[in-house]
Write a protein that binds this ligand. Structure first.
Ligand code: PHE
Length: 453
């Protein structure tokens, strides 16, 4: 209970929305979405992604936020409490456990990538991108990946920032920072899109991103798109549930979810439009994976006027976008630890932060010392990413949808959500049938594709 008392409510609807958008908009949009789209073949991936965001992700977001608001506890505490109130099995708390564990794992690698971003602020300032060629940009990134010490230090820097903010509590400083910085990121991204339209091959990028080629679609690509939509909306890891637990009853969860999903999607699409024109103009490898933005963007910054400033500013804003997400990744386990042990917020944040730092070292090593250490072709980083993004997040989302759709009295839902009849019916249909069936189908077909076909 300590958490709920110590960590009161959002100061207004607006700050809640900004914080939730802050959680949703992050490395997932600007770093992950473009490389996933590149590897997934472009248009068909993007189309599936959009479908998943609005038909599955948004209703699950409503479910996750409202479970948190009703429970007013950590994800584990909330699931248990609501299951009890509804006379359901206490096994439903496993959904909360999966979130707490999953957010811990995601944070461990998220912080490593956050560290890359921090280091790129400095690279930009010292002029490392000046007139850089595509090869040199690749080499610059490669040098960083090859050095465990450099990466560990930046990772330590990023996780420390995250711990610091969470230890202080999210309201005061963070709420304010987010309201200024998120719009700034948006504006810079638009500036980059304009630059890409002028300097890059915009037409080819648009056709790559928006012309679906369904011959490239497999069920593993569909699962990637599903996982990406959950990752980007911060679903299934208890982050949104924890944010929902700080929410008062007078905020419309449905409307908030639509705003969050729309803003998040806009940022992802803009990132794609900023990056792919350069990828095509410079003949870069579309499927180069996690390094994509770290190799493409420096080329743009190295050539534009005031590139040093734009570059530093862009990576700085990206760090901020990442931090407003990473704090929401630290929250679920911190709120659980506080609830369980009565630790102060500071002590809980430091303990969990230290744990994720240690685990993150494995991600660091997966790019150098342990690069050859693979399971089923996956490095440790790939494995963590696959486990959380492709398995835990969609499955937890599916169970949240099932729980809300089938295990809570309709009357209680109506009261909690306070939606108009029409919207409620649509949402109810989506969580009862569409979400579980679609997520389930992706998994079943994937297994079929892998083992039978
Ligand atoms: N949505 C965040 C991003 O796009 C990542 C995240 C996932 C944050 C899950 C919280 C929970 O970067």
């Amino acid at each position: 209970m300590a958490a709920a008392k110590e960590h009161s409510n959002w100061s207004s609807k607006w700050t809640f929305i900004m914080a939730a958008v802050g959680s949703a908009v992050g490395l997932g949009n600007i770093w992950r979405f473009p490389y996933e789209a590149g590897q997934g073949g472009g248009g068909a991936f993007v189309l599936m992604y959009l479908g998943f965001v609005f038909l599955i992700g948004t209703p699950v977001l409503v479910a996750e936020l409202s479970l948190g608001r009703r429970g007013q506890l950590s994800p584990i505490g909330s699931m248990l409490k609501i299951a009890k109130e509804e006379g359901r099995s206490s096994a439903w708390q496993l959904v909360g456990w999966s979130g707490v564990l999953g957010s811990f794992i995601v944070l461990s690698f998220y912080s490593v990538i956050g560290g890359w971003t921090l280091s790129y602020i400095i690279q930009s300032i010292i002029g490392a991108f000046d007139g850089i060629t595509a090869e040199a940009a690749g080499a610059l990134f490669g040098t960083m990946l090859a050095s465990p010490v450099t990466m560990i230090l930046w990772h330590a820097g990023f996780i420390s920032l995250t711990m610091f903010i969470v230890a202080k509590g999210v309201e005061g400083g963070l709420e304010k920072a987010v309201t200024i910085l998120m719009p700034a990121l948006f504006i810079l991204l638009i500036a980059l899109v304009i630059y890409a339209a002028v300097a890059g091959d915009f037409a080819q990028a648009v056709s790559f991103l928006f012309k679906p080629d369904f011959s490239k679609v497999t069920f593993s690509v569909a699962l990637e798109a599903l996982g990406q939509s959950f990752f980007s909306l911060s679903l299934g890891l208890g982050s949104m549930m924890t944010y929902g637990s700080y929410l008062k009853k007078d905020t419309s969860v449905g409307k908030s979810a639509v705003i969050i999903a729309s803003a998040d999607t806009a940022v992802a699409l803009l990132a794609g439009l900023a990056i792919f024109p350069l990828v095509f103009a410079y003949n870069l490898d579309l499927s180069s994976g996690p390094g994509l933005i770290f190799v493409t963007l420096p080329i743009a910054f190295g050539q534009m006027h005031f590139g040093v400033i734009f570059g530093a500013l862009f990576f700085a804003l990206l760090v901020i976008a990442a931090i407003t997400s990473s704090i929401s990744l630290l929250e679920p386990s911190v709120s659980y630890l506080q609830e369980k042990t009565g630790y102060t917020r500071k002590k809980a944040a430091l303990s969990i932060g230290f744990g994720t730092f240690m685990l993150g070292i494995l991600t660091v090593f997966s790019f150098n010392l342990l690069a050859d250490f693979t399971f089923a072709g996956m490095t440790l980083f790939d494995l963590f990413d696959f486990l959380t993004n492709n398995l835990m997040m969609p499955l937890a989302g599916m169970f949240m949808a099932l729980f809300m759709g089938w295990f809570i009295l309709r009357k209680n839902l109506l009261e909690e959500l306070a939606m108009t009849e029409k919207w409620f019916k649509l949402w109810y249909f989506l969580v009862r049938f569409v979400c579980p069936l679609a997520i389930g189908a992706v998994f079943v077909f994937l297994l079929y594709e892998k083992f039978v076909a």
